[in-house]
Design a protein. Sequence first.
Length: 312
Amino acid sequence: MIEDYADGISAIDTGFFRPRFDASHLIVEGGRAAFVDVGTNHSVPRLLDALQRKNLGVDAVDWVILTHVHLDHAGGAGALMRELPNARAVLHPRGVRHMVDPSQLIAGATAVYGVEEIERSYGTLVPVPAERIVTANDGHVVELAGRELVCIDTPGHARHHFSVWDARSRAFFPGDTFGLSYREFDTERGAFILPTTTPVQFEPDALKTSIERMLSYHPQQMFLTHYSRVTDVPRLARDLYAQIDAMVEIALAHGADENRHVHIMDDLANLYVSRAQAHGCTQTPAQVRELLAMDIELNAQGLEVWLDKRKS
């Protein structure tokens, strides 16, 4: 599935997990192209097909921009780069080593998901050659046929995370820093959004600061990896702030519980169900829990890692 927007931007469904769950964004300017986030190894044929549908050769891609190196965003980068002879990968300084040698990245993900799930969902990661990587420090400008894409440091979800500002479209490509918004939950009130606190580097104050920094650019839209375009940005930001605080309160309330993981998951599910109902979503509570099951599990894990770090 490819969805086209203005200013040469397209969202490509990477096929990860379920339809319209994980997006790679293709930006085309003057016959040159850049991908922002790429999904997994299994996503590569879809991205190459998108180029063909746009009448672009593989040699037209100049950049593979990775907001961070979590596998649903960057797992397919090495395999994709093999198919793109002119492309260079753009990475946060903290993420470079994980793409050159993905062994630690694989080990960390395996600890969360298990060996079988890693192989099924992500496949075998292919390293990205160091000489094909550009390190993007805060404020780094990626030039795409004269169009400037600015990488700004946005920690909070992960310390190796940047977001990409495109003045042409007045949009950010924020990876996971601006949360998750699945199209199933859209109502007449607009998009429904929630933060993502997946392990292992959730930092609530840093996340809120990163959101504030993006708002200072006065963006008109956000192109989320999960899933694609949302507008009404100030309202969504307020929703994120409120939920970050609520999620932290949930974690702190259960910090000493013997079964804290179960309790945190239950309270997160209740939080999301109540907010979805208030937003006018038509799903039943059970359906909300099912659609957000992966996020509830991972958000609980991330909150627990944050709790443990506070104690150390």
